[in-house]
Design a protein around this ligand. Sequence first.
Ligand code: B16
Ligand code: MG
Length: 218
Amino acid sequence: MSRKGFIFDLDGVIVDTARYHYQAWRKLADTLGISFNETDNEHLKGVSRVRSLEKILDWGNVSLTQERFDELLNKKNNDYLSYIANMDEEEILPDVPRVLSYLKQNKQPIALGSASKNAKTILKEVGLLNVFDTIVDGTNVTKAKPNPEVFLIAARQLNVRPEDCIVFEDAVAGIKAANTAGMTSIGIGDPSVLSEAMYVFKDFTEIPTEFFAKLISE
Ligand code: B16
Ligand code: MG
């Protein structure tokens, strides 16, 4: 048995903020006359804010001055912040508290590994800011997922080897990042979308406690 590190993505794993990102991106796309649906949004999950706007502009074949780009990005974030302003613990996804308490009771190091620059605001709103041993978010990384930087920093801060880390992710880009880091990747969502993950569960209600016990004892 070696010391393990459990790393959680935020949007789509701990809380369902993906729908708020979707609303904000959709509003921006409408402004530019670019069509944008939920399938398109799937490609933005786990992707940084700047890279997300670049992708939307590519899809619509639209180019912007740097000034307009920054202005729209700012507007998107303000819209997003207004949507998440009233979040509370009700928006924590099912069984996340059970999993976090089990890992804490068993003295397992836990980290947040998110691309979001709004991660701490969200954790505070839902009452989980003090649960993690370390928080690595969009303000700490220079390379966005699928680059493994965010998870490698989290492993280093937990003082756990990457091969002993287990990552929970809802995004294709995040699963790729975990795999590249040499970590155990666990997809939370649709198995056909997250086919590169080592294990996939629809949500945490589907993961029995024994599964965590086995990961800890391996
Ligand atoms: P922000 P995660 C990611 O968070 C989201 O999945 C992605 O849709 C978003 O664009 C990105 O954070 C940046 O978020 O605009 O709040 O800085 O899934 O890595 O927790
Ligand atoms: Mg996510």
